[in-house]
Design a protein around this ligand. Structure first.
Ligand SMILES: Nc1nc2c(ncn2[C@@H]2O[C@H](COP(=O)(O)OP(=O)(O)OP(=O)(O)O)[C@@H](O)[C@H]2O)c(=O)[nH]1
Ligand SMILES: [Mg+2]
Length: 408
């Protein structure tokens, strides 16, 4: 029984060993298949992910290389552009030196009417044509007058004020009378340009006049002409060449000085303008000079440093002579039209100007701007420039000016 059991057991165990071997072999196969499958799919897949950073790194290196190449390219392009610019600059003819002689060359003086001819032709003669076309004005005539005013350089606000004045102060009958209308308009314009201030008195010694304005408006030329004018009044004058920025500015003023027997105090190019003007005032005090006229630089008025510099000059004048500068004259170029009004406002806000000098009226039809400037700023126009000769800087007389402007 036991044997049987044993045999049976052995039989059983024999059968078990076979099965086990079979199962092991099967498992072995399965393992091999799994390994094979693992290798084929999982590992391959993993390797794909492993390869990625390498690939990214490679891409990054490539990108860097590309950027470097691009940068090098940019540098090369920049170098090429620079080289071209230098070559161009070298090829450019030397800028013509500033012709001081040309700037100060004596010219033939003009009559006031001649000097105002362009403004007359461009604006007043159109009004005159309407006024002289018929004795009585129609609604169409009134519209035409309005149009001439609004399209002139008088400025919209001032034109409107002129029209309002006419409508409010003339009866319907007078408004239809061409002669009455023309006289009333002339009269009102005269009142507008007549700013109620006393004439320049020269009641201090030395009387310090600071001349300001944007570049090219005619400051230095005007100083030359003013110096000659004051000399003719029997005054002793000294020029302060306070424009130390513009090349040849002091040479220009020196030629004017020599011509009128006026001494000039100047500094090195690029030196502190306030210091030059301080020295000039000290010299004037020591020499008992009546009037000091200070030139200043005229770069763009919108640049803050210029205004700051001019404020400094003003402070230094006050240090040299308390209460000075006694006048700050703003020079405006009539050619700039309406822009002259905004320049005047900016300079006035920064410095508190005491008077205006309107230049180059002879070369422009935009002289009507003088009416707008006076009306809006309520600052007196002291002088007008109607040409390049010394005599072409005229004292501004509102009656004479408006009469000459309206004259046919
Ligand atoms: N036709 C005419 N030309 C004028 C008048 N006033 C000045 N000029 C000319 O304007 C030009 C410039 O004059 P400058 O006196 O050098 O002007 P500026 O304001 O000192 O110029 P910057 O020093 O550059 O700021 C010159 O050629 C003058 O002859 C004028 O009333 N009529
Ligand atoms: Mg100048």
């Amino acid at each position: 029984m036991k044997e049987f059991v044993l045999r049976d057991n052995i039989a059983i165990s024999t059968a078990g060993i076979g099965d086990i071997i079979f199962i092991v072999i099967l498992l072995g196969f399965a393992l091999l298949i799994i390994l094979a499958l693992y290798k084929k799919f999982v590992k391959k897949d993993a390797s794909r992910y492993e390869a990625k950073p390498v690939k990214r790194e490679a891409e990054a290196i490539k990108e860097e290389e590309k950027e470097e190449i691009a940068e090098e390219g940019e540098e090369e392009v920049e170098e090429a552009i620079e080289k071209e610019a230098v070559e161009k600059e070298e090829k450019k003819p030397e800028p013509a030196p500033i012709q001081v002689e040309e700037l100060v060359k004596p010219k033939e003086p003009k009559s006031l009417k001649e000097g105002l001819k362009k403004t007359h032709d461009g604006f007043i003669s159109r009004l005159n044509k309407i006024f002289f076309s018929s004795k009585s004005l129609t609604k169409e005539n009134m519209d035409a007058i309005e149009e001439v005013l609004f399209t002139s350089d008088v400025g919209v606000k001032t034109s409107q004020r002129l029209l309002d004045f006419l409508n409010e102060n003339l009866s319907n009958k007078e408004l239809e009378d061409a002669g009455k209308m023309r006289d009333a308009l002339k009269q009102r314009i005269k009142e507008m340009v007549k700013v109620d201030v006393p004439p320049v008195a020269f009641d201090k010694k030395p009387y310090i006049i600071m001349i300001v304005g944007v570049n090219g408006v005619g400051k230095t030329t005007t100083i030359g002409k003013l110096g000659a004018k004051y000399r003719a009044l029997g005054k002793t004058v000294l020029f302060a060449a306070g424009d130390t920025f513009r090349a040849a500015a002091s040479e220009q003023i020196e030629v004017w000085g020599e011509r009128a027997g006026i001494q000039v105090v100047s500094g090195q190019e690029g030196s502190d303008p306030a210091a030059v003007i301080y020295d000039a005032i000290s010299a004037a005090k020591a020499k008992d000079i009546d009037i000091v006229i200070a030139d200043t630089a005229g770069r763009l008025h919108t640049k803050l440093p210029l205004m700051e510099e001019l404020k400094k000059v003003k402070r230094v004048c006050n240090k040299a002579v308390e209460g000075s500068p006694h006048e700050i004259f703003l020079v405006l170029d009539a050619n700039t039209g309406q822009n002259a009004i905004s320049q005047a406002k900016e300079f006035n806000d920064a410095l508190g100007i005491t008077g205006i000098i309107l230049t180059k009226l002879d070369g422009t039809a935009k002289g009507g701007v003088i009416i707008g400037i006076c009306d809006e700023l309520k600052k007196p126009v002291r002088y007008i420039g109607i040409g390049e000769s010394v005599e072409d800087l005229r004292d501004f007389d509102p009656d004479e000016f408006v009469n000459a402007l309206f004259e046919e």
